[in-house]
Design a protein around this ligand. Structure first.
Ligand code: ZN
Length: 210
């Protein structure tokens, strides 16, 4: 799906028909006259993306640091946070799994949300183009494909169901923040990409030359 603000010729991603699309208002989408597939929607507002990326970062740090699970087995009890998971793997000589967890649920979401915030903040707050934008677009695109929060979330749930026969387990707030984080990153995937960023820059330059 391509997203444009001013009039543009867009190839339908479903059937390749070339369609001329006029400026779209908030909430409007354009459909292909031949196959009915969605070909364009209104360009996202920098303010929305700014708020979503800040919320994402706050949820990210809460998810990592708030204890996710409390367990009790016999006279053994304790709790752990998501941040402790990869390090527990390193300590138990499961370095590869520890590295995969660190990479897919800590470093990639952090890079993703931070890159978006880096790209959107100067545009929203200062009406300015961000520095090193190419680097951060690249980082955003690479990290987007490697975030595996939902896989981790489901595997935690499965592990809990399996373990619940042998020990008592309590779900903590981190489960809710993690679920919200998954939703926020899915919304950002849908609302923001490099095309939209370049549209914003084009609009900034157009405003300046007016
Ligand atoms: Zn079509």
């Amino acid at each position: 799906m391509s997203i444009f603000k001013s009039q543009n010729i867009i190839a339908c991603s479903h059937c390749d028909l070339l369609v001329s699309v006029n400026e779209l208002n908030n909430g409007e989408t354009a459909e292909c006259p031949r196959c009915g597939g969605e070909i364009a929607s209104h360009i996202s507002d920098p303010r929305d993306i700014f708020i979503l990326s800040i919320t994402g970062l706050i949820l990210f740090f809460s998810t990592l640091t708030i204890p996710a699970l409390k367990f009790k087995m016999g006279n053994l009890d304790g709790e752990f946070s998501i941040l402790e998971t990869p390090f527990a793997m390193f300590n138990n000589e499961q370095s590869i799994i520890g590295f995969i967890i660190f990479f897919s649920i800590i470093s990639t979401p952090l890079t993703y949300f931070f890159s978006i915030l880096w790209l959107v903040s100067p545009i929203y707050l200062l009406n300015k183009k961000p520095r090193y934008s190419r680097l951060f677009i690249k980082l955003m695109n690479i990290s987007k494909d490697w975030i595996m929060l939902e896989v981790f979330f489901v595997s935690l749930l499965v592990a809990m169901i399996k373990l619940s026969d042998n020990m008592s387990l309590d779900i903590n707030l981190a489960f809710i923040t993690m679920f919200s984080l998954i939703v926020i990153s899915a919304v950002l995937h849908k609302l923001f990409d490099a095309n939209i960023y370049f549209e914003w820059i084009k609009n900034l330059q157009n405003e300046r030359t007016k």
